[in-house]
Write a protein that binds this ligand. Structure first.
Ligand code: URA
Length: 216
């Protein structure tokens, strides 16, 4: 599936019961050649209404953090044809539909939705993935370890370097961990700057490379 086919498949998806309560699917946003990919959890109320990930308060914090590194989610239309992909971020969630009342995603929902995220990553071939929060970590690293244990080093997903950090909704409540999240973004920026183009990344899923000392 190419990008338009994938978007259409997501919009038509009825693989789990979330299709009954969603207003619309939330596919993802950003430049199709962005070097960065951010993976969050699931759409909330605002996202369900607007059809775009991370548009509520957590998303505004995320945008501010990305802007501090001169990164943007702008998709790059005609007027933006020369957008530098190294400054662009593609944002997606593990779930494309909002769980009612923002409850946690179920294992079954995560399983049903996973192929969409896998294909987004294949199409984008980012140079760095930033996994935000425990559900992104579970989906991509198959790990139940706490974010605090996994952050601070570089993991791999299908050969793509992956950095774990706190979910921005959590950071809105926990000021003390904001500094750690900033360290994680700086680590991701370092990795993105040194990573070559995707293509010859043959390492297996979740292979871990210790570039920096252990987690928090
Ligand atoms: N939280 C997420 O994980 N994703 C969104 O799109 C919004 C809030």
């Amino acid at each position: 599936m190419d990008w338009p086919e994938l978007r259409a498949a997501v919009a038509a998806c009825r693989a789990c019961e979330l299709c009954q309560t969603r207003s619309q699917t939330v596919f993802g946003v950003g430049h199709a050649r962005a070097h960065w990919m951010v993976v969050g959890e699931a759409p909330g109320e605002q996202e369900d209404r607007q059809g775009e990930p991370f548009v509520g308060a957590a998303g505004q914090l995320l945008d501010r953090m990305l802007a501090a590194l001169q990164l943007s989610r702008a998709a790059g239309g005609d007027a933006d044809a020369d957008a530098d992909p190294s400054r662009r971020v593609y944002i997606a969630n593990t779930l494309k539909c909002r769980p009612p009342r923002n409850r946690n995603p179920s294992a079954e929902e995560l399983r049903a939705c996973e192929p969409f995220l896998v294909r987004q990553i294949e199409l984008l071939r980012p140079r760095i993935i930033l996994a935000m929060g425990r559900f992104a970590v579970q989906a991509l690293l198959r790990s139940d370890e706490p974010v605090g244990k996994l952050r601070g080093r570089v993991h791999r997903y299908q050969g793509v370097p992956l950095v774990v950090t706190y979910h921005p909704a959590y950071l809105l409540r926990s000021l003390t961990d904001k500094a750690k999240a900033w360290e994680d973004l700086c680590l991701a920026a370092e990795v993105a700057a040194s990573a070559g183009p995707a293509g010859d990344r043959s390492a297996g899923r979740s292979e871990e490379r210790s570039e920096r000392g252990g987690g928090a």
